[in-house]
Design a protein around this ligand. Structure first.
Ligand SMILES: [Zn+2]
Length: 185
């Protein structure tokens, strides 16, 4: 049986990975910057340590290349899903990694659920994304309508009316831009 699809089940890691390919403008900055957690091995280790709450994370150059491929394919399938188009090549890439990530769970004497250790942190991260996607309501996945932004987000409003990934800055800025356009010259 699949878990209930609750409004609150935001696929946070999945969105973070998909959004990591999008350059953003930090507050107060005029330039878009790409803070890519998969730009090199050190950045990937920092990212994986935070998400996996693991002290010792080791990744190889091969793991990094797989993660970048997976992120790019994830970006494509989310975009295709939102646009209602097909992306079979990207789907094949995502699922190739997903097959490896099938995790084996077991219960401990303390009644905690443990995931058997995979031999790669890529598989653990991919497995976590699959769990998130299973628990979320995919029809709530959207892209921010502010053209300069375009971040993926999960619409948690009851009537699914969110247009921007966040009020601050995108909602505020979009309304401000519209007011400026409406102003007579
Ligand atoms: Zn936005």
């Amino acid at each position: 049986m699949s878990p209930p699809k609750l409004i609150g089940n935001t696929p946070t890691l999945t969105l973070t990975i998909a959004n990591s390919a999008i350059a953003r403008k930090p507050a107060g900055s005029r330039e878009r910057r790409l803070d890519d957690p998969f730009r090199d091995i050190e950045a990937f280790i920092r990212f994986a340590s935070v998400w996996l709450a693991a002290e010792k994370v080791t990744v190889s150059q091969g793991d990094l290349a797989r993660m970048v491929c997976w992120r790019d394919a994830l970006f494509e399938i989310l975009t295709a899903f939102i646009n209602g188009t097909a992306s079979s090549a990207a789907l094949a890439v995502v699922n190739q990694e997903a097959e490896r990530a099938l995790s084996i769970r077991r219960i401990s004497a303390e009644l905690t659920i443990e995931t058997a250790v995979c031999d790669s942190f890529v598989e653990l991260l991919v497995g976590m994304c699959l769990d998130e996607l299973e628990a979320c309501d995919p029809t709530r996945l959207k892209r921010c309508l502010r053209r300069e932004c375009g971040l993926f987000f999960y619409d948690k409003t009851r009537n699914r009316s969110a247009r921007w990934h966040a009020e601050d800055p995108c909602g505020w800025r979009s309304r401000g831009e519209r007011r400026n356009q409406d102003r007579p010259v």
